[in-house]
Write a protein that binds this ligand. Structure first.
Ligand SMILES: Cc1cc2nc3c(=O)[nH]c(=O)nc-3n(C[C@H](O)[C@H](O)[C@H](O)COP(=O)(O)O)c2cc1C
Length: 351
């Protein structure tokens, strides 16, 4: 499909043809509990990313912070996919003051070949995943940590490396404390139950049993317990990390502000960081339990001694294998608004 003559812009038809490709990539983004709380539509020659509030976690995420981070992650992948199509892209966040659920407008501009770095990041989309089991003993190289920090900064985030043993220990205690509070909270547990998929059930959202371990490992408690998706049901089938196996780098992603626009920035920073790490087969265990509890979130902020707002705690490590989780189809997340016969299928990015 040709671009609109003379303007350097892509015609609406051209956009629609490419929409499946872009949305297929966007939908591979990380999202809280794999809720995939997004929708996509084309309007005025731009691709819009919308919040799907029906998929918001009302208990763990009453203000929609984690929903926005998830959508920010999808925005980053969409941006990268447009670059793969050989176009420039402008991202406008919360462009419609009267439509707060229109989270981003991605306007496609003239021809601009993707860089080698963008190609590598895009190639990591299919194998990037959240890693909840044991990592290998392969160390995360210093240059990767620095590059991950730069990836966060490129999107407007600030990544803190938690290297001081005292700070790391304190952070571990906050994760453990939050985990304990949430395990005793029936409403939280019900939400986890609603977004975890029973073995043998085929679902295109939620966290499947192969993505987490059934039991906490070993007699010693681990320093950074992953969120309890198992909730006593014995469903999880991943090999759990044992105490002493979680001495990997811990980082905290923050943003200077704590408004919806900052959460969208955090999501883009998160996805850029995760993809950058995944280019080196380094993946992340994510810990948002301490950030879902306002009192504990303040303590996380104190521990890393920042005026900024913590948006995600991550532990990074190497794994030679990648178990990716399902996604809804492109057709399920696009509000097309044009006749079916005008559609054409494009390659999907999936894993
Ligand atoms: C805002 C946000 C918060 C998350 N919090 C956690 C968490 O606390 N624990 C966890 O194990 N994974 C967490 N995740 C990871 C999601 O569960 C994961 O992205 C989702 O299940 C899809 O799987 P994938 O990342 O392997 O593609 C979070 C992801 C996002 C975007």
């Amino acid at each position: 499909m040709d671009d609109a003559p003379g303007t350097g812009a892509v015609s609406t038809d051209g956009l629609r043809e490419r929409l499946d490709f872009v949305v297929g990539a966007a939908a591979r983004a990380a999202s809280i509990h794999n809720t995939q709380p997004w929708r996509f539509q084309v309007r005025d020659d731009a691709i819009e990313v919308l919040a799907d509030r029906d998929r918001q976690l009302r208990v763990a995420d009453p203000h929609g912070r984690e929903l926005a981070i998830s959508c920010g992650a999808a925005i980053y992948n969409a941006k990268l996919a447009i670059r793969m199509l050989g176009h420039g892209v402008d991202v406008e966040l919360l462009a419609e003051p009267h439509e707060p659920d229109v989270l981003a407008r991605l306007s496609v501009s003239g021809r601009l070949a993707p860089t080698g770095e963008e190609r590598r990041l895009f190639a990591a989309i299919p194998h990037r995943h959240t890693h909840r089991g044991a990592f290998t003993t392969v160390e995360v190289p210093r240059d990767v940590l620095v590059a991950v920090q730069e990836a966060a900064a490129a999107e407007g985030g600030v990544l803190h490396l938690v290297e001081r043993p005292g700070a790391r220990h304190a952070l571990s205690e906050l994760v453990v404390a939050a985990d304990r509070v949430q395990r005793a909270d029936r409403a939280i547990q019900a939400e986890v139950a609603a977004w975890t998929v029973p073995p043998q059930e085929d679902r295109s959202d939620g966290v499947p049993p192969y993505a987490y371990a059934s039991e906490r490992a070993g007699p010693e408690p681990v320093a950074f317990p992953i969120r309890d998706f198992n909730i006593g049901r014995g469903w999880g089938s991943e090999e759990p990390a044992e105490a002493g196996q979680d001495s990997h780098p811990v980082v905290v992603l923050t943003t200077p502000g704590d408004q919806p626009v900052d959460w969208l920035i955090a999501g883009q920073a998160l996805q850029h960081m995760l993809l950058l790490a995944a280019t080196r087969w380094i993946f992340a265990a994510l810990y948002s339990q301490p950030l879902e509890l306002p009192d504990i979130r303040v303590l996380v902020r104190d521990e890393i001694a920042t005026p900024h707002f913590p948006q995600m705690v991550l532990r990074l490590g190497h794994s030679p294998i990648s178990l990716t989780t399902p996604r809804r189809t492109v057709a399920e997340v696009i509000d097309k608004g044009w006749p079916e016969e005008a559609e054409e299928t494009s390659p999907q990015t999936g894993g």
